[in-house]
Design a protein around this ligand. Structure first.
Ligand code: HAM
Length: 413
């Protein structure tokens, strides 16, 4: 029986677009003074249990965990915000704010479908240890600019909400609980459970009836204290000032527990049901991870796979660099193999992209060179070997020339 790839994983056989997007992202975020870091793919399971929340989907059912021979509980990271905060604390980073980005694979045991994989790539950006609401506006504008300026995307929306501080959420939860209790019989079974365990998550319910009921539910932004309300108003004004289009979505709560105050999500209808391609917000995590004091931070993660689905449709608008022109060397028989190796060596030393076709007949080799999109084919036969020459064919014009082997690089350039 053939061994197939694990469900929910992908073989990515053409990385051209992905590399282009990654390069654009690195360029963009570096220009905002963010630097690249890397943290391990395996972490202690507890890192995520403590930070994401014990009732979140990721922790209750989606983590890939295992116990090592030494008895350590390890997992494949489901996200990298907690890892970045761990790295900040563990390495006693003094820089404030610490502005970093990282990218790589994340793992969540979700039901696979279009845009949802069990192994997926995130490009993650964090500004750690920063309190100013102006930082939130700067951060969100930076992300928005990446999508609409660097990648020239248009068909997306930015949803924004403000979760307030702990006290605000406590007050809101109380009035939300009262409201949900009053309509308990109309709620779906999942929401009845969420109401008792992780009440804000009712807003993530996919059930239309529940969603209709929640339009009348008490809103978080109606329960903000004076300071939070001021920040919320300021954030909206600053984004308007920066010409960042957004909509206020009072039901946006995000699926992880560490958020407070600003939360946001970028989504596109073009993506179908898994429509969020970037999400983040403000969070407090340091104390949960053993830090002595709070470290207010803001960050986001871009789902690279979902973003690529959008960029693919739009790639004609982008200046994606082409692969360098390819030169194909064809030795007619085994007798010319050494010569072909030497010629390829010479071309590559001159930064010319080339390959040698060793196997099969001349006819088949010519067809293959054509299929590979070769710019020139360089043929080495008995005659050429004797005379120190090479027959070089321009595959576009069909014109052939016989030149000295030593002049091949100059001729091509
Ligand atoms: P998240 O919303 O869980 O946030 O994930 C961010 C993005 O990763 C999503 O919007 C989506 O594009 C992508 N994503 C998530 N799960 C999958 C999946 N199974 N398959 C494909 N793509 C997926 C976080 O992970 C937070 N750590 C973001 C953050 C950074 N908050 C503060 N800093």
């Amino acid at each position: 029986m053939k061994i197939k790839r694990v469900r929910g994983t992908q073989d990515i056989l053409d990385l051209q677009l992905q590399n282009f997007v990654l390069n654009q992202a690195k360029k963009h975020f570096t220009s905002y003074n963010y630097s690249q870091i890397e943290t391990p793919i395996i972490e202690h399971t507890n890192l995520f249990v403590r930070s994401l929340g014990t009732h979140t989907d990721v922790v209750t059912k989606e983590m890939y965990t295992f116990t090592t021979e030494g008895g350590d509980e390890i997992c494949l990271r489901p996200e990298v915000t907690a890892s970045t905060m761990r790295a900040f604390l563990e390495n006693s980073i003094e820089e404030r704010p610490w502005k970093v980005f990282t990218y790589g694979p994340m793992f969540r045991h979700e039901r696979p479908q279009k845009g949802r994989w069990r192994q997926f790539e995130q490009f993650n950006i964090e500004a750690i240890a920063t309190t100013s609401i102006a930082q939130d506006a700067h951060f969100i504008a930076m992300i928005d600019k990446f999508f609409n300026f660097s990648l020239k995307l248009e068909n997306y929306v930015l949803k924004l909400n403000f979760l307030g501080c702990l006290e605000d959420r406590k007050n809101h939860k109380e009035s939300l609980k009262k409201y949900l209790d009053s309509i308990d019989s109309q709620l779906c079974e999942k929401c009845k459970k969420r109401k008792e365990t992780n009440i804000l998550r009712v807003f993530d319910c996919k059930n239309d009836c529940c969603q209709k009921l929640y339009t009348k539910a008490p809103k978080l932004t109606e329960h903000l204290c004076e300071t939070c309300n001021e920040e919320w108003q300021q954030l909206q004004e600053l984004l308007q000032f920066l010409s960042v289009n957004f909509i206020h979505d009072p039901c946006l709560v995000r699926g992880l527990d560490y958020y407070n105050k600003t939360v946001f999500e970028f989504s596109s209808q073009e993506l179908g049901s898994q429509n969020a391609f970037c999400g983040g917000g403000r969070y407090e995590l340091a104390k949960e991870l053993g830090g002595k004091e709070n470290v207010p931070s803001i960050g986001t993660a871009i789902g690279l796979g979902r973003l690529l689905l959008l960029v693919e449709k739009n790639q004609n608008e982008l200046n994606i660099p082409h692969a360098p022109a390819l030169q194909i060397i064809i030795p007619m028989t085994e007798e010319q193999h050494v010569l072909a190796l030497l010629l390829a060596n010479n071309l590559q030393s001159n930064n010319i992209c080339s390959d040698i076709l060793f196997e099969s007949s001349l006819n088949k080799k010519m067809k293959k060179a054509n299929k590979l999109g070769a710019q020139h084919v360089l043929i080495l036969g008995e005659e050429e070997q004797k005379n120190g020459t090479v027959s070089i064919k321009n595959m576009q014009t069909g014109k052939s020339n016989i030149i000295k082997q030593t002049e091949a690089a100059t001729f091509i350039k």
